[in-house]
Design a protein. Sequence first.
Length: 235
Amino acid sequence: SFKNTLEVTAYNELDAKFSAWSWELHRKMVKWNHTTTNVVSNCSSAASAIEKATECFMKGDKILNETHTALQERMKDFFDTHDHSETLQQWRGRYQEIKLQELIQDSRTEARRYCEFLKLNQLDQFQLEKVKKTHRQQLLDNITKLVEKSKSTGKELSLRDLETKFDEQWDLWMKQFHGNNRTSLYASSEEIEATVNDLLHKLCGRDSHILNPKLKGVSSLQQWGRRGEIEATVN
């Protein structure tokens, strides 16, 4: 019937309009999301991350409140001035009160959740870096002790003895970094190996490969140990 056709047409226009308004809000929140990510992720301390996450949420909440008010006015105008205003009134309460409120509230919940996620992620990163720094120093100390112990023997170590010593020490470090169902302090064993390589390079320069069990081009420990580079690096 003509009435049913008119209702379908009016409802489709209303639904299309609401979708456009929803997309407008979505674009604003995507922009806020990018800004918030940059601000919180670039914080240099835990206190700053907590403060900035709170500030960013308040800014997002302000955007939502302002958008809510603006959309209420635009929806009111749409229902009041549309050519089929009388037909549209049957859906006014559902859209202007329920669906709009749900849209804003869902966006606010998501904004709060995202700020909390960014904050906790930053706090985890700060804690992780603190622990990694501690273990990095322990690793350096262990390498130094291994070198000093080998130098103090006063005799040349064979290739096999050298590799065996370092393989044993490597296994110990792996247990310390990965042991007993704890979350790894490093992203992967490759990252640990890169850290060891870096520290070994600081200790023994261009001959750093000789203590790496994954690189088999080795020579005598004493050849680089006598250079005095260990003392210079540590001190």
